[in-house]
Design a protein around this ligand. Structure first.
Ligand code: HAX
Length: 434
């Protein structure tokens, strides 16, 4: 951990003059213009945020620190005999941009183990919540309950120094990531498995221990490694990443920021889409009397959904204009591990029919599948059939990227966010109609 902090400190020292120079010497250079359509239409495509953790190319998809997902999977150290890398290594990589060595990852694995115990009061809070509360709300509440642990708040209250404030954000962030998988598994077992829990297994890495706490055998540990890594980051402008950044910009600590991030992720147009996909497929299955539909039957079901005014969950994207590489990674996993699974066949037929239908309908700018179209199928196959829970695991993954981002926000001294708003009348004047 000291190695990681030392390297991060060096990277921050090297980076700061770049940001300072851009601000001081080039602060007035125009990066983009804003149209009325963008102001009213969710600020789509306005170039207004700066991050080096990941970049989303509309045609190619996500790159973490300049590397594609297959490159990340290939280059990062893996536990012996496993197909997917240590998730702990991703924390190192996203923070520093350097692929860690095996010993660097192993020291981080040990550090995460030291930090992963869940405070008893968090469990008490979870048990006190209404029984029918959505697991995303439970996760958000659990994170918020831990806010009293914030090292950043203590540092702020005892005399704040902008220069070193990132160190306290980094501490809080590492604590949150270490604890989140255990909290997620606790919520799962509390809600769906008669409140029967397992103890942490100290021989296991973060994802291995998560699979163990969920009570699901191999290769679910590898599924979890893949799942947490593909969901970790998707640039800064999506709802979950932007909420984290926005909340942290008020010098709110990482607990407040991640709790808010989870609330944004819980929206059906964002992270909840993966549960919606499963709910929707179950609906097709029921209507088809449990048989795999023909292409024509599936086309009819897709059109019926669109004509009822609903979106096709798992398809479309605000930035991407091609099949999401996160979809492809998971599709390849399915082709290898569950090619004959019935739900996978449904998803496969949807891949054959939905893009053409969305193109024919002519509304969606991107007719291709996104990350959420495929992920639920894998979870279902390994026994996690409670699809309300899928976004919780998305949230555990997403915390890694967003926490790396706000650690760097503090390091680079990003100020409080405060865009300007206008009244409709002012916009009408700009449009020349008033
Ligand atoms: N099915 C039906 N219609 C769709 C559609 C879909 N999958 N995707 C977009 N459209 C529609 C939009 O609703 C919009 O219609 P209106 O003009 O009537 O409002 C129109 O096409 C233009 O939308 P867009 O510009 O292509 O897409 P947006 O940037 O506005 O929205 C969304 C992007 C991802 C929210 C959208 O594609 C959608 O609702 N998809 C389904 C839900 C989903 O899969 N969400 C997960 C996205 C990935 C993610 O963030 N995961 O966390």
């Amino acid at each position: 951990m000291e190695n990681l902090k030392h390297l991060l400190s060096k990277k921050i020292d090297e980076h700061r003059p770049r940001t300072t120079r851009l601000l001081k010497e080039f602060g007035d250079v125009v990066m983009d213009k804003v149209t009325i359509g963008q102001a009213i239409g969710g600020m789509r495509s306005v170039k207004i945020l700066v991050t080096d953790i990941s970049y989303l190319d509309p045609e190619e998809g996500i790159r973490y620190r300049g590397k594609t997902l297959p490159e990340v999977f290939n280059l990062m150290p893996k536990p012996k005999g496993k197909d997917y890398p240590y998730v702990e290594g991703l924390w190192y990589f996203l923070l520093t941009g350097e692929i860690p060595s095996e010993s660097e990852v192993l020291s981080l694995v040990e550090e995460f183990k030291k930090r992963r115990a869940i405070p008893k009061y968090v469990k008490d809070v979870l048990h006190a919540a209404p029984k029918d509360l959505h697991p995303m709300s439970l996760l958000s509440i659990a994170v918020l309950a831990m806010q009293k642990e914030s090292k950043f708040v203590k540092f702020y209250n005892e005399g704040y120094d902008k220069n070193t404030s990132w160190e306290y954000m980094f501490e809080d962030a590492t604590n949150i990531i270490s604890k989140l998988p255990g909290i997620a598994a606790y919520i799962y077992r509390m809600k769906y498995k008669n409140n029967k829990h397992f103890e942490d297994n100290n021989d296991l890495d973060m994802a291995g221990n998560f699979a163990h706490l969920m009570g699901i055998p191999e290769p679910y540990d590898d599924v979890s490694r893949m799942y947490f890594i593909v969901h970790a980051d998707h640039e800064s402008g999506n709802v979950s990443a932007h909420s984290t950044h926005l909340i942290a910009s008020a010098l709110s600590d990482a607990y407040y920021s991640i709790s808010g991030m989870l609330n944004g992720l819980a929206g059906p147009l964002h992270g909840l889409a993966n549960q919606e996909v499963l709910r929707w497929i179950q609906d097709v299955k029921e209507k088809m009397g449990n048989k795999v539909p023909s292409v024509d039957e599936m086309k009819k079901f897709v059109w019926d959904t669109l004509n009822s005014g609903s979106v096709i969950p798992g398809y479309g994207h605000a930035v991407l204009r091609k099949t999401d590489p996160r979809y492809t990674v998971q599709r390849n996993f399915c082709l290898k591990h569950l090619p004959n699974d019935e739900l996978f066949k449904y998803v496969d037929i949807l891949y054959q029919v939905v893009p053409d239908i969305l193109r024919e309908q002519g509304k969606a700018k991107n007719p291709w599948p996104n990350v959420d179209a495929q992920s639920g199928v894998i979870q279902w196959y390994y026994g996690v059939t409670e699809y309300d829970f899928y976004t919780v695991m998305f949230g555990v993954g997403r915390a890694i990227g967003t926490l790396a981002n706000i650690t760097w926000d503090r390091a680079l001294g990003y100020p409080i966010e405060r865009p300007k708003s206008l009244t409709t009348e002012m916009v009408e004047k700009i449009a020349g109609i008033k």
